[in-house]
Design a protein around this ligand. Structure first.
Ligand code: DGT
Ligand code: CA
Ligand code: CA
Ligand code: ZN
Length: 564
């Protein structure tokens, strides 16, 4: 349904017309937008039937504009207005308490075009001097700016997932079925908002429990079929209650991605069906929708795991019965990257081991910083030997398999800053870029490829060095790096730390296509980080990795063999 999209444009046109000082029209546009928003039927269908003018408030002129938009993807009049008044209406009106009249005054008197301008004049104390504004308004605007900025932010999957799972658990007693949907179900690395679907015989009570949850900061909307809240953490959660016969199609629809859904809908149309969140229909008759499988199967597709639904070839694969059997969460049997007090970790080796046992792992690798990384407490060669002795003792005490390794640094020249005489006795060697991040692509690519030339290097740690929303990746020719990895039998890490997820999904797919194997490690610096291993598996799945592509799925004998 493109109703929301069209309503948004009409609202924007109304604001622009109002700023221009046009009379009456703004109200007409707003009324039309409001009715389209709450229409309940697909506006495209009305258009196809030539019935746009049946919408209350939509006359000939607005109907023509809607038709123009559906045909051409834009509206001339709208483009014209935007050129005339180059004000970012959408973001400015997202500031609480800022209406079109105020936006008009701010633009005319102070030249405010966007949020940055607004913040500047507010901080300069120039807003309070405008007629009808005052100190209080100015202060409120500054507060709202901060909030609007936070709202635009996306949230890190690893920090939001536990909260999401908890909400689902809390609601379980009040529903007969419940599932996460949207980007969080697809395990995308960042999340805009949380989408949850449920079936309930008592929607009113379910919604009551939902909006009364302890973690709710503000109730944004409270209805019988949909409610939205903002949590204390700042994220918005939408809960939708759907009918049993539509649960599968609603889950499919609201899981997305949008791009995946668009392709799916095309297939439905080709078959003469109609697909929406209420079901798959042949004429008036619903032929699927109670579960997702039936929807996919009646479109002649295999069921597609949510992590793959990004329109990156999964639909074609599913059509040809050719979807990869991607790695399962419980195939992953241990963590291959952890830090202890021997470098900059917070826990002892024994505490890491106990947590690994607690998590049901078959093995865990202890890989403290080594070499010349003083801020991270890099171990010198004597310390590495001492650590080996401690691990030897712990092996007698615990039956879990303990791999002794290091995370060594890749120097500017692409050397490893721990000598081979030490590396050769270790079970696993991770090599990472920890300095000189700003080299150009050619130099950096050569640097990493040179490091892989060291025969004792097993894994390249957090290969691109990016930190989500904080630090850009280093410049690498990834395809060249992956070719070299294949040639040298070096594995690429998926660093599962929530803010890293590095390699990312796209690069994992490139790696897997080349036959490069993946090593998942949490890079835990305290035992509470170890639970993030599943995020690494999620990235592997999103990157189409099969079980055999991920060395963490091997049993210990195979693993030791492949690491030699
Ligand atoms: P997010 O929240 O930004 O991380 O991303 P999503 O994927 O969760 O997106 P969201 O919350 O806006 O919508 C949830 C799902 O609903 C989305 O993945 C697909 C479906 N959806 C939303 N808007 C549209 C649309 O305009 N067309 C289609 N086909 N599907 C849509
Ligand atoms: Ca979402
Ligand atoms: Ca949503
Ligand atoms: Zn590192």
């Amino acid at each position: 349904m493109r109703n929301r999209e069209i309503a948004k444009i009409l609202y924007e046109m109304a604001d622009l017309l109002e700023i221009k000082g046009v009379e009456f029209k703004p109200r007409a546009y707003r009324r039309a937008a409001m009715n389209i928003e709450s229409l309940g039927v697909d506006i495209e269908e009305l258009y196809n039937r030539g019935e746009l003018e049946k919408i209350p408030g939509v006359g000939k002129s607005i109907a023509e504009k809607i038709a123009e938009y559906l045909k051409t993807g834009t509206i001339k009049k709208w483009e014209e207005l935007k050129r005339e008044i180059p004000v970012d209406i959408e973001s400015l009106s997202s500031i609480e308490g800022l209406g079109p009249k105020m936006i008009k005054t701010l633009y005319e008197k102070l030249g405010v075009k966007n949020i940055d301008d607004l913040e500047r004049v507010a901080k300069q104390g120039r807003i309070r001097r405008l007629k009808g504004f005052g100190v209080k308004t100015e202060k409120k605007i500054l507060e709202s700016i901060e909030f609007a900025r936070r709202k635009q932010e996306r949230f890190i999957l690893g920090y939001i997932l536990p909260e999401a799972n908890k909400i689902v658990e809390n609601l379980k007693p009040y529903v007969s079925k419940i599932s996460l949907a949207g980007s969080i179900r697809r395990r995308k690395e960042t999340i805009g908002d949380m989408d949850i679907l449920a079936i309930s015989s008592n929607p009113d009570m379910t919604m009551e429990m939902f909006v009364k949850m302890e973690s709710v900061d503000k109730v944004l909307a409270r209805g019988i079929t949909k409610s939205s809240v903002r949590l204390n953490s700042g994220i918005q959660v939408d809960l939708r209650i759907v009918e049993e016969k539509s649960f599968g199609s609603a889950l499919q629809y609201f899981t997305g991605s949008k791009e995946h859904n668009i392709e799916l809908r095309k297939i439905a149309i080709k078959k003469g069906y109609k697909l929406n969140e209420y079901g798959l229909f042949k004429g008036e008759k619903q032929i699927a929708g109670e579960d997702e499988e039936s929807v996919y199967n009646l479109l002649s597709l295999q069921w597609i795991p949510p992590e793959l639904r990004e329109n990156r070839g999964e639909i074609e694969a599913a059509m040809n019965d050719n979807l990869p059997r991607i790695v399962e969460y419980n195939d992953v049997k241990g963590d291959l990257h952890t830090h202890t007090k021997w470098s900059d970790g917070a826990n002892t080796i024994e505490e890491i081991i106990k947590e690994a046992i607690n998590l049901g792992y078959e093995f865990v690798a202890i890989t403290d910083h080594a070499g010349n990384l003083k801020i991270a407490g890099g171990m010198d060669e004597e310390e590495i030997k001492k650590q080996a002795k401690e691990i030897e003792k712990l092996r007698e005490k615990y039956s879990i398999h303990i791999l002794h390794g290091v995370e060594a640094n890749i120097t500017k020249e692409g050397k490893i800053d721990v000598s081979n005489s030490i590396l050769k006795d270790l079970d696993i060697v991770i090599a990472s870029v920890h300095s000189a991040f700003r080299m150009d692509e050619k130099e950096m690519t050569t640097r990493v490829i040179n490091a892989m030339g060291n025969e004792y290097v097993d894994v390249i740690g957090h290969p691109t060095g990016r930190v989500i929303m904080k630090r850009e990746p280093i410049k690498l020719d990834m395809e060249k790096v992956l070719d070299a990895a294949k040639e040298n039998n070096v594995f690429m890490e998926i660093n599962a730390y929530p803010e890293r997820l590095d390699l990312n999904d796209v690069n994992v797919k490139l790696a897997v296509e080349r036959g490069v194997k993946i090593s998942i490690g949490t890079d835990a610096h305290t035992i509470s980080h170890m639970k993030y291993l599943e995020l690494g598996t999620a990235v592997a799945r999103r990157g189409w990795a099969k079980k055999e592509d991920v060395i963490n799925t091997y049993d210990i004998r195979e693993l030791r063999k492949i690491l030699q």
